[in-house]
Design a protein. Structure first.
Length: 161
């Protein structure tokens, strides 16, 4: 969300230094720690915990009043990152069976691709034309709606294999 809207964030927060770096550091350090913390947690519960952290980070980012709050939001959003993808893929393969797991996983990867190709430019446009704070709630909506949509798409894709 941040890279395309740095001027707007600078106007709103006064400073934007290190927001992208905070995201990368959270992924590099927090990722393995989150993986270790959730190793014994059942997959569905772990996925909900990770999505919940992402959702809280998105909403905190939309309401951030200052730079430290925005950094905290970035860290919360990133702490689950790739673990969400991995857990979603494992849950979808379990839902459709291993013989159709490749197709189910390809639907998830397609979601990520479409989110990047369509979502990033659209979010940047919203941030630049409307208001940068409007971007976090729109991404949060995707967080809430995509897992069920992906599950139904995986089932339908797998049934046509």
């Amino acid at each position: 969300m941040v890279s395309g809207m740095l001027p707007e964030l600078a106007d709103g927060l006064g400073v934007v230094d290190y927001l992208i770096s905070a995201y990368a550091v959270a992924m590099a350090i927090g990722g393995p720690l989150v993986t270790i913390a959730l190793v014994r947690v059942p997959r569905p519960r772990a996925l909900l915990v990770l999505l919940g952290g992402f959702l809280v980070g998105q909403l905190l980012g939309a309401t951030a009043l200052n730079f430290p709050m925005m950094v905290l939001a970035r860290v919360l959003r990133r702490r689950g990152g790739g673990r969400i993808l991995r857990r979603r893929a494992l849950a979808r393969v379990a839902a459709v069976g291993t013989t159709r797991g490749g197709r189910a996983t390809s639907v998830i990867v397609g979601d990520i691709t479409m989110g990047t190709v369509v979502g990033v430019p659209l979010t940047t446009l919203i941030g630049q034309r409307v208001w940068w704070r409007a971007c976090s709630p729109s991404a949060s909506g995707g967080c809430v709606t995509r897992p069920p949509c992906s599950a139904s798409r995986c089932r339908s894709a797998a049934s046509t294999a």
